[in-house]
Write a protein that binds this ligand. Structure first.
Ligand code: NAD
Length: 249
């Protein structure tokens, strides 16, 4: 962890603080002794509440809240950890602009298991040239589809095969026969499923399935807080969860 200059705990500002993930981040925080909770902002927070005085911002809001997020940061070059998926090109450009002046770490999935799965998928995709399809299942209230993690896993297949990204993705998969080299991505929504992802490698007469199942959102919260502690004091630019986990190559 990067200590605050004075050795005091780092103050975490939380955006999207009342949502499912925001609530998990608040409950996970006491397990991170180097961090303390600062301003918690959701859409109904008073306009006067901002991220002044915080060391790092953790964002689990929604794509449409990107402009309000930067308003609350007030032009400060604050380290930013974001887990928001489904951002459009304009919103991603705002993150890129912030990364020019501050360290930014966006990840579609903060779990250690998915970090491992992504690496396994790249290796499998390179080793066997079978048809690759990604499938994901999430709770009924998830807004974006396919999930950011499913797209990350499809990109991992493309990495392993040197395929162009995102041109090789068919997301969402629709009707019609498979084109050579395409990576299909499909989604289901229902119930209270926290998040399940399977990458299928389908050959002739056999297939391999690599699956991750999250059963508790706390794994994402702990991963994001670990990333927040790591990010303080880093250089401006985009940083990766692999670097935080020590698995960067
Ligand atoms: P949620 O809908 O429960 O929470 C989103 C919160 O953002 C809500 O409290 C909402 O009021 C708030 N919000 C919306 N507009 C706002 C605004 N203008 N200002 C301030 N707050 C605003 O959703 P969730 O399940 O907690 O997921 C949040 C995001 O995190 C989604 O994009 C989801 O896909 C993503 N997610 C990422 C990971 C990961 O590991 N990266 C894991 C789970 C979820």
């Amino acid at each position: 962890m990067s200590p605050a200059p004075s050795g005091r705990p780092l103050v975490v500002g939380l955006f999207g603080a009342s949502g499912r993930m925001g609530e998990r981040v608040r409950s996970a925080l006491p397990a991170h002794p180097g961090l303390v909770l600062g301003p918690c902002i959701d859409r109904d927070a008073p306009a006067s509440l901002d991220f002044g005085g915080v060391d790092v911002v953790v964002d689990f809001s929604l794509p449409e809240a990107t402009a309000p997020l930067f308003e609350r940061m007030g032009g400060r070059p604050l380290p930013l950890v974001s887990g928001v998926t489904g951002r459009d090109a304009d919103a991603r450009a705002r993150l890129d602009a912030h990364a020019a002046v501050a360290p930014v770490l966006w990840a579609s999935n903060f779990s250690l298991g998915v970090a491992l799965l992504r690496r396994l998928v790249t290796r499998a995709a390179a080793a066997i040239n079978w048809d690759a399809e990604v499938f994901e299942l999430h709770h009924r209230r998830k807004a974006d589809a396919p999930s950011g993690t499913a797209l990350t896993l499809a990109e991992a297949v493309a990495d392993g095969r040197d395929l162009p990204w995102p041109a090789s993705a068919r997301a969402p998969r629709g009707a019609g026969a498979r084109q050579p080299g395409e990576i299909g991505v499909s989604a289901l929504r229902g119930g209270d499923v926290v998040g399940e992802h399977t990458v299928f490698f389908c050959g002739e007469g056999e297939r391999v399935e690599l699956t991750h199942r999250a059963t508790d959102r706390s794994v994402f919260a702990h991963g994001a807080l670990r990333a927040a502690a790591w990010l303080v004091g880093r250089a401006p630019g985009h940083h990766t969860l692999d670097a935080v986990l020590g698995v960067d190559t």
